[in-house]
Design a protein. Structure first.
Length: 238
């Protein structure tokens, strides 16, 4: 839990150092399985996740850090730490465009048998928002430091039902040199219920992987599965 104590300290320092032209927020999530593009990153075990985000007024720019516990067979370490910067350009009340970059790191993820570690890498994206619909195109030129490029295309749609309930739909496509001839489609349907300062959610996710690409082990599992969680964002509203 050292990593989360560190993130909590960063969260507090950012809150204390806030200036008039910037806005700080932090989101904390407890979830039964850390899902990333249809793959379990926590070996189907629960995960605690937290972010510290800093938005620069109405400029559209923001920066942040995000952390989660992870579990991969054969590797030491139990932390993923992401650093990111984003920009949202407003076109009108309905349409906007987005761009950003994320750096994925896995501190202490050594594999003594192979004398390797989980590769750290950058990934950038451009996207488009239209009301409740959004789409993003991601690209990394050195995915997991494996020497191959990878691309990820995603579309998302959220449908609210009143003030408290909503359904979110997601579809993604992983492709590029890294995936060779094993491109994968992932999907998710998530139900959200907001109450007080919290949001509870239930999610069904998975991929279309088959044959050798289908991972049935807990670590990296990409079979269809359910997960549940609860999240809150600080500072709390009234």
């Amino acid at each position: 839990m050292k990593s989360f104590r560190t993130l909590a300290l960063v969260t507090g320092l950012l809150a204390l150092s806030g200036v008039s032209q910037a806005q700080f927020s932090s989101t904390w999530t407890a979830v039964s399985d850390y899902d990333f593009r249809g793959f379990s990153q926590s070996a189907k075990d629960p995960a605690l996740q937290a972010s510290a985000d800093y938005a620069f007024g109405e400029s559209g720019f923001s920066i942040g850090a995000w952390a989660s516990n992870v579990e991969f067979d054969g590797y030491d370490g139990d932390l993923e730490l992401d650093l990111y910067a984003n920009y949202v350009g407003t076109i009108n009340d309905t349409f906007a465009w987005t761009a950003g970059v994320t750096y994925y790191a896995y501190p202490g993820s050594d594999n003594t048998a192979t004398e390797s570690a989980i590769g750290e890498y950058f990934e950038g994206y451009v996207g488009f928002n239209a009301g409740n619909f959004s789409a993003k195109q991601w690209y990394s030129n050195d995915f997991y430091e494996g020497g191959d490029s990878a691309q990820y295309t995603e579309v998302n749609y959220t449908q609210p039902f009143g003030d408290a309930f909503s359904l979110a739909f997601h579809a993604g496509y992983s492709w590029g040199d890294y995936w060779d001839n094993a491109e994968l489609v992932d999907y998710a349907v998530q139900a959200n219920y907001s109450f007080s300062n919290f949001t509870a959610f239930a999610k069904f996710t998975g991929t279309d992987a088959s044959g050798d690409e289908k991972i049935e082990d807990d670590s990296g599992n990409n079979e269809p599965r359910f997960l549940v969680g609860i999240m809150t964002t600080f500072p709390w509203g009234d």
